[in-house]
Ligand binder design. Structure first.
Ligand SMILES: C[S@@+](CC[C@H](N)C(=O)[O-])C[C@H]1O[C@@H](n2cnc3c(N)ncnc32)[C@H](O)[C@@H]1O
Length: 231
């Protein structure tokens, strides 16, 4: 069973994991989530976890002593193999990063808040910084759910066969082909004839070609990488 640990100041924001595919994955015993409250590691009577930045400036910074003792304690208790920090300055999240994380047995995601973490904590306890993209959100909680979801759905058995992630966008390097369902015609727009004829070989060819066309149109950079890999 894979164990995913989250270190956050807002543990109540993680109900997402209890529903749908990830909820079922927990019931099947494939994954287990542990949500840890960073505030439990505060040592003063006000339970403070942040302080003003040295050098001045706006915002608060998460304290190094609190973070380091939290991560060390959790690593020892739960045999955590890898520590991820959600951070705008990290490497942009991708299918291949999700794939690597999906192979780990026990990993921890730290959710930043305010201005982020004291730099020393990053140097001392973080193995990998991951960004969702070139923008800033208010905290790492949403970002960590995106990363955990994308990685965990790649574990065999988490997603049912019918929705197998091996055919999803990025799995083979390209975007997925378009989907259609009933009705066969809506306000004059028809489902492509080829999908109605039951010829699986023809349907596969059509889907491969649509996948390539769509990727060329929306993400030509992916086609370039895909073709290089084929050589
Ligand atoms: C308001 S942000 C801090 C931004 C930081 N001062 C900066 O300029 O890079 C607070 C926290 O949200 C999370 N966060 C914000 N944007 C993110 C992104 N694009 N990817 C991943 N995490 C992000 C991080 O955990 C970060 O520590």
């Amino acid at each position: 069973m894979r164990q995913i640990h989250i270190l956050t100041l807002f543990p109540h924001l993680f109900d997402y994991f209890n529903h749908s595919i990830l909820g079922r994955a927990q019931k099947k015993g494939l994954v287990q989530f542990f949500i840890h409250d960073l505030r439990n590691y505060s040592t003063d009577k006000h339970k403070s976890v942040d302080d003003q930045p040295y050098g001045g400036g706006a915002g608060m910074v998460l304290k190094v002593d609190v973070l380091v003792s939290a991560v060390r304690d959790l690593k020892e208790k739960f045999k955590i193999e890898h520590v991820v920090l959600m951070s705008p300055r990290g490497k942009t999240f991708s299918h291949s990063i999700a794939q690597n994380l999906s192979n780990l047995n026990s990993w921890l995601i730290i959710c930043g808040r305010y201005e982020g973490l004291d730099e020393r904590a990053i140097q001392m306890v973080v193995d990998q910084e991951i960004s969702l993209g070139d923008y800033v959100i208010t905290g790492g909680e949403l970002a960590s759910q995106v990363v955990a979801d994308a990685a965990l759905r790649l574990i065999p058995g988490v997603v049912g066969n019918s929705e197998s992630p091996q055919f999803d966008s990025f799995a083979n390097g390209l975007l997925e082909y378009p989907h259609y369902t009933r009705p066969a015609e809506f306000e004059g727009k028809k489902v492509p004839e080829i999908l109605l004829n039951g010829n699986h070989e023809e349907i596969k060819k059509w889907r491969d070609s649509e996948s390539l066309k769509l990727t060329l149109k929306n993400r030509p950079d992916l086609v370039e990488k895909f073709l290089k890999k084929q050589k």
